[in-house]
Design a protein around this ligand. Sequence first.
Ligand SMILES: [Zn+2]
Length: 72
Amino acid sequence: MADTTKSPAKRLGSRYGRRVRHKLKDIEILQKKSYKCPYCNAIRVRRLAAGIWQCSKCKAKFANKAYTVKAE
Ligand SMILES: [Zn+2]
């Protein structure tokens, strides 16, 4: 099935090569989505910086992977 979601790598136009842009798209989608909070279980954890995540419900700030939150 065709991927209908707009790629966040569209802003780069034709630069940097197809494979690099496709890898970037996958990573940017992962880093921008909300994750489940390990403290209150709400799906409201957002990325602040590389490896730093914060829950907008309980304000918990914690370290995890650079681009995703690994569920344990
Ligand atoms: Zn929380």
